[in-house]
Design a protein around this ligand. Structure first.
Ligand SMILES: NC(=O)C1=CN([C@@H]2O[C@H](COP(=O)(O)OP(=O)(O)OC[C@H]3O[C@@H](n4cnc5c(N)ncnc54)[C@H](O)[C@@H]3O)[C@@H](O)[C@H]2O)C=CC1
Ligand SMILES: O=C(O)[C@H]1O[C@H](OP(=O)(O)OP(=O)(O)OC[C@H]2O[C@@H](n3ccc(=O)[nH]c3=O)[C@H](O)[C@@H]2O)[C@H](O)[C@@H](O)[C@@H]1O
Length: 440
């Protein structure tokens, strides 16, 4: 099938490449000319394991191209919308400017397609009610609108796109449109559906809510364990053992129970806030007041990490040398949107410390974006002369560090393990003062 993907960021570029990988003829459209140039050359504009290969292979095979010109999507039958929906400036609500602009630019190119109904498929994460509004904008063209939320995780984006846990179709209310839309989307996802991936068919509102409910649940799970970490810190208990023990209960499960400096990224933080804002508009803000606490607990983890650093150097950060390992919001990604690591590094620098930061993938990006920051090429260089080392993004490279070897480079062997990723016994045995989160 001929497919377009509008918005070629972390979601859209991977979706476009994966749709080509399963045999479709795909054009990716983005307003960012530099990104389009890189993608057209088969080069990933961001770090995502496995993506480069899928991208390069499909561009070379001629199944995947990129453009800034919406006219290039005119012969596609299915148009995915994957533009950003960031937090609006000065508000907790989602900024829908990019979604609206994408639809406005798309509509003049929509029309009858010889192979069946033309579909506009929303993948961006939007406030409930957006799909119904956009369906009216699209309706005069004869195209149908479907909401098909995306659940991929950065770092696993290719695998999650080609083999998701589930696929959700939010379909139009008109039965004929719903059937035609479902059958067309089934044809798009045939290779995935053949793997027996659960496919759930809902109305627009349910599909939109599934997405924000899932992210809210994940954020809540992380803040729950971080709240337990606060209790562990007050009592001398160990949150890693607590998480392991409760995680053995099938009803709770072991995943997303890693206490630390909390969640960040381009999605969980802004999605829970946009959800609260939308609930307020709908007059049901009370239903989501718990998410405010989820957000507060998460914020407290960042200020707590700054406090740990301040205490480690005797109460005054000014003039101290702090080495920060990790800048991305999670390992295996170079994404620094709302990154706890970067936020903490900034706060510590703001208190007068001399901060040096290193990150295997985000480091070079940071060095370009933030000439004011000292970015080191690797951990060994970063820790030279440090009064405190802080591990804030748990890259495997950092987990594998040899505490004895590293000790030779630092001024004081003091490590704050903001992700509980290291073995306290090994670090202490090598002569370090080890401080984890919520563990003795
Ligand atoms: N990053 C992720 O892992 C996931 C993201 N999402 C959702 O997907 C959406 C996109 O997120 P990301 O890919 O992370 O954002 P992003 O910021 O990486 O990418 C958005 C892209 O859209 C482009 N764009 C903006 N306006 C445009 C327009 N009018 N026409 C064409 N392109 C335009 C931008 O230049 C950018 O390349 C958001 O709603 C997000 O919540 C959902 C699941 C996973
Ligand atoms: O809507 C989205 O964009 C995506 O948001 C998250 O994916 P992602 O942001 O890539 O990353 P996660 O793996 O969820 O991690 C988010 C943050 O939580 C932190 N985290 C995660 C797990 C944990 O136990 N503890 C913890 O602090 C991570 O370090 C990271 O900062 C969801 O997991 C995806 O399903 C969703 O599609």
């Amino acid at each position: 099938m001929r497919i377009s993907v509008i918005g070629c960021g972390y979601l859209g570029a991977v979706h476009a490449a994966c749709m080509a990988e399963v045999g479709h003829d795909v054009v990716g459209i983005d307003v960012d000319a530099a990104k389009v140039a890189l993608l057209s050359a088969g080069q990933a504009p961001f770090h995502e394991p496995g993506f480069n290969e899928v991208l390069a292979r499909n561009v070379a095979a001629g199944r995947l191209r990129f453009s800034t010109d919406f006219a290039d999507l005119a012969d596609a039958q299915v148009h995915f919308i994957g533009v950003g929906t960031p937090q609006a400036p000065g508000s907790i609500a989602a900024d829908l400017t990019y979604v609206d602009a994408a639809i406005t630019a798309l509509v003049p190119h929509l029309g009858e397609h010889p192979d069946g109904p033309t579909l506009v498929v929303g993948k961006s994460t939007v406030p409930v009610g957006t799909a119904a509004r956009l369906a009216e904008v699209v309706a005069p063209t004869g195209a149908h609108l479907v909401w098909n939320p995306e659940f991929l995780r950065e770092g696993f984006a290719v695998q999650d796109t080609l083999s998701p846990d589930r696929i959700v179709y939010g379909l139009p209310t008109d039965p004929a449109q719903a059937t035609a839309s479902r059958d067309t989307l089934d044809a798009v996802y045939r290779t995935l559906l053949d793997q027996d991936i659960p496919r759930l068919v809902t109305d627009y509102a349910t599909a939109e809510l599934v997405k924000v409910a899932a992210n809210s649940f994940l954020a809540t799970k992380i803040s729950f364990i971080n709240a337990m970490a606060e209790l562990c810190e007050a009592t001398g208990a160990d949150v890693t053992q607590l998480a392991e023990a409760i995680g053995h209960d099938d009803r709770i499960g072991p995943k997303f129970l890693k206490a630390g400096i909390g969640f960040g990224g381009g999605c969980l933080p802004k999605d829970i806030r946009a959800f609260m804002a939308r609930a307020g508009e709908l007059g049901v803000d009370q239903a989501l007041t718990f998410l405010r606490e989820v957000d507060n607990i998460n914020d407290r983890r960042r200020s707590h990490a700054v406090e740990l650093a301040r205490t480690a150097v005797g109460g005054e950060l000014s003039g101290k040398r702090i080495a920060v390992l990790g800048a991305a919001f999670k390992p295996n990604s170079d994404d620094m949107r709302n990154s706890p690591a970067l936020d903490i590094a900034n706060a510590i620098a703001g208190q007068g410390a001399s901060v040096v930061i290193t990150d295997p993938a985000a480091g070079p990006v940071l060095a370009r974006q933030r000439p004011d920051m000292e970015v080191a090429p690797d951990a060994a260089t970063a820790v030279a002369g440090a009064d405190v080392v802080m591990l804030l993004t748990e890259w495997q490279d950092f987990r594998d560090l040899d505490p004895a070897e590293l000790k030779a480079h630092v001024a004081t062997p003091w490590i704050i393990d903001g992700r509980n990723a290291l073995d306290p016994v090994a670090w202490r045995a090598a002569g370090w003062t080890y401080q984890g989160i919520g563990r003795p």
